[in-house]
Ligand binder design. Sequence first.
Ligand code: CO
Length: 193
Amino acid sequence: MLKIVHYPHPILKRPSKPLRRVDDDLRSMVREMFDLMYKAKGIGLAANQVDLPLRLFVVNTEGNPEKGKELVFINPVISRPRGTAEAEEGCLSIPSVYGMVKRPKEVDIQAYDLQGNEISASLSGMMARVVQHELDHLDGTLFVERMSEAGKMTVDPELDEFRWEFQNLRSTGGIPSDAELAAKWEEWEAKYC
Ligand code: CO
């Protein structure tokens, strides 16, 4: 049973390790990631957002299982950034916080799908933005860190609420200690990385 973790859960700061094997358990976790993403009204979700330290993310830019295309990106690499575009972003790990983020307008991506097929594409628009946001997650970066200084000041009081909520959950045992989390991540890495 996976669930989406919120800022400032420590896995969101942890760079994810490349995946070296795919099995039925992993395929069912990826299915669960899509379902959680749809339920939360998202269009992309990185594995570390469900407390899995693995280098993969899922995307469906329609945010609807009946529409659009379900894409899984394993060990993604982004290259050839072109241009700049600014648009509003949000994140399922910081629900109801939004802000403007500048990113390259177009990028190339190379990755693998669950069947081991190579994905290679030149992306623009929404798709280019989503994969950059998700790849940032795998490197331990959140969109709020890419906002302007003024934007960061605007969202800081909202982030404070998340920090307070996290401390609260920690102190009541709702979130394991750093040592317990690290032990679990190492188990996942030993199995898949
Ligand atoms: Co996000």
